[in-house]
Design a protein around this ligand. Structure first.
Ligand SMILES: [Zn+2]
Length: 250
């Protein structure tokens, strides 16, 4: 049992080393397109890579299996403090095949998509654990709207760099907005994506009124709030207003 665990840990460690090396050799900065990315020293455990041109910071999570709905991350309190101070790194998700050391898929979630709702507090570690009482967190990646999950490599094929930079640029409007404001915009964007049509009506979005009301119990005027977010998304170039309560996803 103990040997298996040690074997697993050393495999995970080896995978970490080569996937990090791969990103340093092959990846450009998905925010500005500069290359290469630079590795942070061990004294800076917040993120794994940095772009020296635009200062964007990245954390890399790798798996040889498949990413589930949530990803295990560090201490809950640290994550919440980073959210408040807007210092969360953007998150790279890399899936590899262990047999031939190939990168299967790679995507990035820009840091502007990180909101409080995405972070789940885990149970404190048991009294018997080495770090008893320590509280970690999970990142609920299934709550990130599609617009916030930018593909860099899919099925071993690199997405054109221009496409990546375009998609990143389209999310830039979220930068600098407060956590509460971002929460509303992203929730409405999620609803629009759930409608799943290129064209939709205001009534289609109003159908989520109860759902959004439950997510934001502090707000009693959900409909005006919905209209306000649709305007934000229009100003950001995500949506187009067609008139008479009709919208199109751009
Ligand atoms: Zn950059």
């Amino acid at each position: 049992m103990r040997e298996d665990a040690a074997g697993y840990n050393s495999r995970a460690q080896k995978a970490r080393v080569w996937t990090e090396g791969w990103v340093l050799r092959q990846m450009y900065c998905p925010s500005c397109g500069s290359e290469p990315l630079t590795e942070f020293g061990n004294n800076r455990p917040v993120a794994d890579f940095q772009c020296l041109i635009c200062q964007e910071e990245y954390e890399l999570k790798s798996t040889g299996k498949k990413f589930g709905k949530k990803i295990n991350d560090g201490a809950y309190a640290t994550m919440m403090a980073r959210l408040e101070s807007d210092t969360v790194p953007s998150l790279m998700l890399l899936r590899y095949t262990a047999t031939d050391k190939m990168v299967q898929d790679l995507s990035v979630i820009p840091k502007q998509f990180f909101v409080t709702d995405l972070i789940e507090k885990r149970k404190p570690l048991a009294a018997s654990a080495r770090r008893a009482g320590w509280v970690g967190c999970n990142i609920l990646i299934d709550r990130v709207p599609k617009a916030g999950r930018i593909d860099l490599v899919t099925n071993r094929i690199a997405v054109p760099k221009d496409t990546v930079i375009d998609r990143w640029a389209k999310t830039q409007f979220l930068r600098g907005k407060s956590l509460a404001t971002k929460g509303w915009v992203l929730d409405v964007l999620n609803c629009v994506e759930k409608i799943g049509q290129a064209e939709f009506t205001l009534a289609d979005v109003y159908a989520f009124e109860n759902y959004l009301g439950e997510m934001h119990p502090e707000n009693n005027n959900v409909k005006p709030k919905i209209r306000q977010q649709l305007q934000v998304l229009r100003d950001a170039g995500v949506l187009e207003f067609l008139g008479r309560g009709r919208y199109r996803v751009r």
